[in-house]
Design a protein around this ligand. Structure first.
Ligand code: KIV
Length: 269
C-alpha cells in the first residue's frame, strides 16, 4: 500500500468495516519509520518497548517521557503519512486524568504524533481515555498483558484463560470503546477471546499474540528483524536474521581494517 496523504483515525474504522487487516509495527528511529511507511505499514507505534529494544533496560518501567518524545520526533521525521502513535511511559498517565492530558499534549505538540497509547481498561483508565478524547487526543487502548504492570504481575503471562478473566477483558474492551478509544491493542490472550472481542467491538482490535481474527496485527520491529536473539517469542515470526547479518558485517569490517584491506584505492581520495 502506498500512502499519498496522511492517515487519520477514520482510515482504521473503514479498514475494519471492509474486513481489511490493519498492519502495525513498532519503530524507534527515522530510517526504520521511513522504510516501514514505504513498505505499507499503516500505523507505526513508538512503543515503550523502546526502553528494552533500544535503550537496554530490563523492563519498560525506567523509560522516561523525554526519551520517548525524543524517539517519537525521530519517527515523525521519518514517516510523513503513516499514522504515528506515541506510547505513554509508566506513570505519565496513571496519576490523574489532568496529568495524562498535560503529558499527552507534549506528544501532540512536541512530537506531532497522531495519537497516544495508554495501558489498561479499568474504569479509572476508561475515564482518562474519555477526558483525552474529549480534549481532542486520539487514544489507542491496550488490554491483556500489560508490560507496565510487570512488577505487580511478577511475570509476562497470557491473560484471559479463565472465564472470569475473559469476561473482565471483554468488559474492559467495551469500556475503552465507550470512552472513545479509536482502536485497542489486545496483547497475549487466547485466539478465541481475541476473536470474540474483535467481533463485539465496532472499533478495530490490533493483536499481538491474540490470534488471527483481530482486525490488525502489531509486532515489535526488533523481533521480526531477528535483532532480539535471547529467544523467539511465540507471538512473533522472524522475517530476517539481522543479528547474523550484522555480526558478519562487523566481523568482516574488523578483519579488513586489521589486515589493511580497507580502505582500498576506490575508497580513497
Ligand atoms: O511497547 C510496545 O511495543 C507495545 C506493543 C507490543 C503493543 O506496547
Amino acid at each position: 500500500m502506498k500512502f499519498d496523504k496522511k492517515l487519520t483515525v477514520s482510515h482504521f474504522r473503514k479498514r475494519k468495516e471492509k474486513g481489511e487487516k490493519i498492519v502495525c509495527l513498532t519503530a524507534y528511529d527515522a530510517p526504520t519509520a521511513k522504510l516501514a511507511e514505504e513498505c505499507g505499514v499503516e500505523l507505526i507505534l513508538v512503543g515503550d518497548s523502546l526502553g528494552m529494544a533500544v535503550l537496554g533496560y530490563k523492563t519498560t518501567i525506567p523509560l522516561t517521557i523525554e526519551q520517548s518524545l525524543h524517539h517519537c520526533r525521530a519517527v515523525r521525521r521519518g514517516a510523513k503519512f503513516s499514522f504515528i502513535v506515541g506510547d505513554m511511559p509508566f506513570m505519565t498517565y496513571q496519576i490523574s486524568p489532568e496529568d495524562a492530558m498535560r503529558n499527552a499534549a507534549r506528544y501532540m505538540q512536541e512530537a506531532c504524533v497522531d495519537a497516544v497509547k495508554i495501558e489498561g481498561g479499568s474504569a479509572a483508565m476508561a475515564h482518562t481515555v474519555e477526558r483525552l478524547v474529549a480534549a481532542g487526543v486520539p487514544v489507542m487502548g491496550h488490554i491483556g498483558l500489560l508490560p507496565q504492570n510487570i512488577l505487580t504481575a511478577g511475570a509476562y503471562k497470557v491473560t484471559g484463560r479463565t472465564e472470569a478473566d475473559a469476561a473482565r477483558l471483554m468488559s474492559d474492551a467495551k469500556a475503552l470503546q465507550e470512552a472513545g478509544a479509536f482502536c485497542v491493542v489486545l496483547e497475549a490472550m487466547p485466539a478465541t477471546l481475541g476473536k470474540m472481542i474483535s467481533s463485539e467491538l465496532l472499533i478495530p482490535t490490533i493483536g499481538i499474540g491474540a490470534g488471527p481474527d483481530c482486525d490488525g496485527q502489531v509486532q515489535v520491529v526488533n523481533d521480526i528483524l531477528g535483532l532480539f536473539t535471547d529467544f523467539v517469542p511465540k507471538h512473533t515470526r522472524r522475517y530476517a536474521n539481522l543479528n547474523e547479518d550484522i555480526r558478519k558485517a562487523f566481523s568482516s569490517y574488523v578483519k579488513d581494517v586489521s589486515e589493511k584491506k580497507f580502505p582500498a584505492e576506490e575508497n580513497s581520495f
